[in-house]
Structures are given as structure tokens and as C-alpha cells.
Design a protein around this ligand. Structure first.
Ligand code: FES
Ligand code: FE2
Length: 318
């Protein structure tokens, strides 16, 4: 159901999708947004394996100074040792000092309190955890009962020149609330009118959601694309542009549990374009990256409110 009033004039930029628009469902958006359908899609996603991997933050943020994160109920530090990503418990096994203040020396963390060297062999119960750098995101593998895999289960990303921007925001909800928000595209043009001028769901089955969306560049200037949402693992939902300008670009939203009732939204936008000059633009990384990240943060400010409300309703009723 279109939100666009007949008097609205939208000016389309770029290449529009080639196929005719075929809505999957009829009726108003609120009627299409069936809670039972969203719950079914969510249950299907939550049954998928994730190999024990949790997206933590932007890979480029992790350097030689350990940074602390809460992941799946554990306090961890992530750092880089001669370029290689490392992860380990955040508390020193001696008297509990925070290893955020540790020096990295010859492949070991040196505790700031009494100088205990903590290397890859571990110390007592303190053991480094497997870490993975996919070039965009930093991941850690936690022993959570999921059969472990060597690397995270990633959906296809664009090949060739691309621009990536990562945001990390925290929410008072469970990972399922973050996925449920993205499994409900029907709220898009209503809840984010500044971002989406028009949105029609063209496929809504157990495997994927597809939609045609006109997203605002500025005022009446929009770009129209076809996008698909699917979940490659139980904590991730990926939007892929399948037709229109920027086809192949993805937005990966990872919902990483921090602890009870706390979730980090780690979202990577990996944009590509067949347009000439995109390679040059992609090399202007920092400027464009900041713009893309600010847009993603604005959307997530609303979507976190949605996810937190969903969690609050459930907690209230339990
Ligand atoms: S607390 Fe780390 S060496 Fe003592
Ligand atoms: Fe949203």
C-alpha cells in the first residue's frame, strides 16, 4: 500500500528497477504487517546456526589498545597484535584488573596492576577466544553450545570497489527484537517518512522479504530500488539491493546479545555501484563513510525505540 499522496511529486534519480511492480499482498500496511507472519519469520531465523560467532564492532576500530565489550554475558577485550585480531576475557586472572589498560608486548597482554604476562597459552581459566576479522567487522567466537565453525556465516558481499560504514548502538531489548524490527518492512514509510517516500512489499514468504522502496535523497528527490531481506544466521538480517542503482550493495544488521535485556546493534553498510566514478568516491572513504553512518544511526534511533517497546510489552506481560 503506497503512502504517497497523489499530490506528492517524487523526482527519481538513477536507474530504477526494470520489472513491473507486483505487490505481494493487498490491503493497508497495518493489515499486511501480520504479527503471526513476523513471528514465523523470526522463529525460522532463530533456529539457524551461527557457529558461535558474534559480531562485535567495526574492524577498523580495533587497534593495539585493548577495547572492552560485553558479548553474550561475558566481558571481553579485543585488540590487534601485529595486525592480527585477538580477543580474551577482560579481567586479569590474578586480582581482576581490567585488561583495557594492558600493554601489548611480544604477543602477550601485560596486566597494568602487577605485570602478569597473558599470552596465547592462557593462565588458569583465562584463555584467549577465537577472533575473526572479515575486513569490515570484528568477530569473536564464544562457547555457547552452537556447533562451532571456523569463521562466521556471512551472506554474499559485493565484489569490486565498495564503501563500507559500520555503526554500533546499544538497546534495552533482546536480539530477537532487533530482527523482528527488520522483519517488519511495513513500518518503513510510516515510521521513517524522512527516509522512505514509498514502500511496497513484493514478496513475503518464509525465506525472504522483498520490497520496492523509494528512499529519499533530499526532499522530493528519491532513488528507487528493489531490496531483499534474509537471515543468514540466527542473529543477523541482511538487506541486499537486487535491482536499481547500487545493485549488490548490502546492509548487514547483527544483533549481538551483551547480557540479559541488552543488545548491541552492529550494522555494516557495504555499498557498491556500477556507476563510473564510484571507485574514486569509495576512495573518499572517510567523508562518505561518515554520511552513511549518520543516516544509519538516525534510522536506528527510531528502530531501537521500536525494538525496546516490543521488549517492554513482552516483559510487562510476562
Ligand atoms: S591483577 Fe593482573 S597481575 Fe595482578
Ligand atoms: Fe525501521
Amino acid at each position: 500500500m503506497s503512502l504517497r499522496r497523489p499530490t506528492d511529486r517524487l523526482l527519481y534519480l538513477g536507474r530504477r528497477p526494470r520489472t513491473p511492480l507486483t505487490p505481494a499482498l493487498s490491503g493497508d500496511d497495518w493489515a499486511q504487517a501480520s504479527p503471526a507472519r513476523i513471528e514465523r519469520a523470526l522463529a525460522r531465523a532463530r533456529a539457524l546456526p551461527a557457529g558461535g560467532w558474534y559480531a562485535v564492532d567495526a574492524s577498523r576500530l580495533i587497534d593495539g589498545n585493548p577495547r572492552a565489550y560485553a558479548v553474550a554475558g561475558q566481558r571481553l577485550v579485543l585488540w590487534r597484535d601485529q595486525g592480527t585480531l585477538r580477543a580474551a576475557p577482560e579481567a586479569c586472572p590474578h586480582m581482576g584488573a581490567s585488561l583495557v589498560g594492558a600493554r601489548v608486548c611480544d604477543g602477550a597482554l601485560v596486566c597494568p596492576w602487577h605485570g602478569l604476562r597473558l599470552g596465547s597459552g592462557g593462565h588458569g581459566a583465562w584463555r584467549p577466544l577465537p577472533a575473526h576479522d572479515d575486513g569490515v567487522l570484528a568477530w569473536v567466537r564464544v562457547d555457547d553450545g552452537d556447533p562451532p565453525t571456523d569463521a562466521p556465516i556471512l551472506a554474499p558481499r559485493p565484489s569490486g570497489p565498495c564503501l563500507d560504514a559500520v555503526i554500533r548502538m546499544e538497546a534495552r531489548c533482546e536480539p530477537a527484537d532487533i530482527l523482528a524490527n527488520r522483519l517488519d518492512p511495513w513500518h518503513g514509510a510510516h515510521f521513517h517518512p524522512y527516509a522512505f517516500a514509498d514502500l511496497t512489499v513484493t514478496r513475503a514468504d518464509d525465506e525472504a522479504l522483498e520490497l520496492r522502496v523509494a528512499y529519499r535523497i533530499a526532499g522530493p528527490l528519491v532513488m528507487e530500488v528493489d531490496a531483499r531481506f534474509h537471515c543468514p544466521d540466527r542473529r543477523t538480517i541482511v538487506m541486499t539491493i537486487i535491482d536499481g542503482d547500487g545493485a549488490g550493495s548490502v546492509v548487514e544488521t547483527h544483533a549481538t546479545p551483551m547480557g540479559p535485556g541488552r543488545t548491541a546493534v552492529v550494522e555494516a553498510t557495504i555499498a557498491t555501484s556500477e556507476r563510473r566514478g564510484f571507485g574514486v568516491a569509495a576512495r573518499l572513504g572517510p567523508l562518505l563513510r561518515g554520511m552513511v553512518a549518520r543516516q544509519a544511526e538516525r534510522l536506528w534511533a527510531d528502530d531501537i525505540a521500536y525494538a525496546e517497546r516490543r521488549a517492554w510489552l513482552r516483559w510487562r506481560d510476562s
